[in-house]
Write a protein that binds this ligand. Structure first.
Ligand SMILES: [Zn+2]
Length: 280
């Protein structure tokens, strides 16, 4: 049974320290047995380690649907509704001191001294992962707790994809979104599948930028945003398909991104065959 002090020690061993600005993602169940609520204990342990001058941020996303489903009678989503991006995001967003950014679909939530600097300007006119630039500028870090295989890789990859124009080279960009109180919102950049982001782990290790260790029962990794992007940018520039997943049936990676048209014929033939025959 892990208590908060143990989680604090584990987070400190990952390199977290007072004044750190952190984007955290987590698979809470992988923490194992903790003496209390897993999300709250992880949040409290992190806030204790980074202290009052640090910042804890999470991805507080809302579900998006593709056109034409978008036009049907979807209930409007408010930017301060509980996010759908996991238990840690829900718990951070629910804290009274949390700030939320104004992006209708891909908002972030943050607690701490740098929350405003991180979230300012993140509205529907900018890309989903826009705050990564501020995080890197603040010397921030990314920490993945237990989601190394469940939801692999770092969110900096999505930011680099956007920077290189890849998030718009996607058949769903501009055709996917949600309903807000003021009408339909269409994502112009569609980050898409991240299941292949773990393919970059080796490059991070070779660059010597990754810290790894336990947090509770989970396997956790951490790195500085700037260091991650310095590794990712040249890799994605040389080969935009580097972070695509290996699932032959992944519609995003095999059938939607226009920088991987080589896989389209096989993917769409298989998709049509499964639709026609009802086979899986
Ligand atoms: Zn994929």
């Amino acid at each position: 049974m892990w208590d908060q002090a143990a989680l604090e020690r584990h987070l400190a061993a990952l390199g977290l320290t007072a004044g750190d600005h952190v984007l955290m993602r987590a698979s809470l169940r992988r923490l194992g047995a903790v003496a209390g609520n897993r999300a709250d204990m992880l949040i409290d342990a992190t806030l204790r380690v980074i202290g009052p001058t640090g910042t804890l941020a999470v991805l507080a996303f809302h579900p998006v649907v593709p056109f034409p489903g978008l036009r049907r009678g979807l209930a409007p989503v408010a930017s301060d509704d509980p996010p759908s991006s996991g238990g840690l995001a829900v718990a951070v967003a629910a804290r009274p001191q949390a700030r939320r950014s104004a992006h209708p679909a891909c908002g972030w939530a943050a607690i701490g001294a740098g929350a405003q600097a991180l979230l300012d300007g993140h509205d529907g006119d900018v890309s989903c992962f826009h705050p990564i630039a501020a995080l890197a500028g603040m010397g921030g870090k990314l920490v993945n707790v237990g989601n190394v295989t469940d939801s692999p890789g770092f969110s900096t990859v999505h930011y680099i994809q956007d920077q290189l124009g890849l998030s718009r080279r996607n058949l769903l960009a501009g055709r996917i979104g949600l309903r807000t109180a003021s009408g339909l919102y269409h994502l112009q950049d569609f980050p898409g599948c991240s299941q292949g982001f773990g393919r970059l782990y080796g490059a991070y290790v070779e660059a010597g930028i990754l810290r790894a260790g336990p947090v509770g029962d989970s396997y956790a990794i951490a790195a500085a945003a700037r260091d991650l992007m310095a590794v990712e940018r040249p890799l994605l520039r040389a080969d935009p398909t580097a972070p695509l997943c290996r699932d032959p049936r992944c519609m995003h990676c095999r059938g939607l991104v226009t920088y991987n048209k080589r896989d389209w014929p096989r993917f769409w033939a298989g998709w049509a065959w499964r639709k026609l025959t009802g086979r899986r």
